[in-house]
Design a protein around this ligand. Sequence first.
Ligand code: SAH
Length: 367
Amino acid sequence: MTTPLSDKIKNIIRHNGPLSITDYFAICLADPEHGYYMTREPFGRTGDFITAPEISQLFGEMLGIFMVHAWQQHGSPLENVRLVEIGPGRGTLMLDMLRVISKLAPQLFDAAHVHLVETSERLRGVQRITLESYSAKVSWFGDFEEVPEGFTLLIANELFDAIPIRQFVKTPTGFRERLVTLDANDELAFGVGVATIDPAVLPAPPGHEPEGTIFEIAPARQAVMQTLSERLRHHGGTAAIIDYGTMVTSYGDTLQAVLRHQFDDPLAHPGEADLTSHVDFEDLAKVARASGVQINGCLRQGDFLYGLGIAERASRLAKDKPFEQQKLIAAAVDRLAGEGAGKMGELFKVMAVSSPNVPLAPFRKID
Ligand code: SAH
């Protein structure tokens, strides 16, 4: 199987030797010529996957309610208020949030500058069209560090899964870095390099995993988490991070490719399939805590959305609507918040971090 990008990657490997998983991941998503996010329309029924805001307006509305609540808990500041989204996709989440914020907290709406952090020029164009009615408030940045300083309310949905990871494989001589190389038929294949991992970062108790066990680390995700935590610590605010993943660091290969709503071999269609991996929320929480911000907690998406009142909001939305539409609304709630295969309520997690310490519903734990 070849794609324009697989030819390019094979040439790079012939030239320099095998690639780390992190380099392969980054090239697949962000190659300026053939990278997935640079060339594709990944979202929606005709794309490769559907994200929560594309399923129903209820998702963005709940996050709008959450952000208004966070703003109030922080004392309703009106100076230099930054409403930031990293990786806004089609801009749908921000559109639904802004509608709710303008109704519930007009003062926040008037004070807020909306800053979108997006690496893909093409997706910026889509976002500009979605958010046309708010164009006077919205500005774009290529990197979070460029976002002007100030009190920050930040959201990132399915961003961290798209930031590259490194993988290590258990071998007789310990954990070694997993690589992408060429096999005897000149096809892309996984290989093993020499780099090892500090055993201190392995989940305890290490030593009993079978050979071939994979452990993933994500320095690039840690870097983003650290930067945004430091921003919150210096200027105050709250961030909500939403993604699929685990609340506890564990072993396992979670690198996954999705092409037209089906799982695909991660090496089969570079640049044409979406490439992601599960997010280790325990690790992100450690980074945030070390940067001096408070972890409000981490909830399953279903518990978060029900806790914010998605069921009540859905009943209001469905009231006086034709039966078919009521069924669609109920199905959307089930897909976003329900448990089991194909639903997002269990697999997806929501972690909120704040500075200074403020209690935020529906999270209970304050540490
Ligand atoms: N949040 C959206 C889209 C998720 S897809 C939704 O829920 O529908 C991932 C998004 O992150 C895309 O918009 C992609 O272009 C963007 N992205 C990926 N890596 C990024 C990075 N390092 N900085 C900013 N945006 C990034």
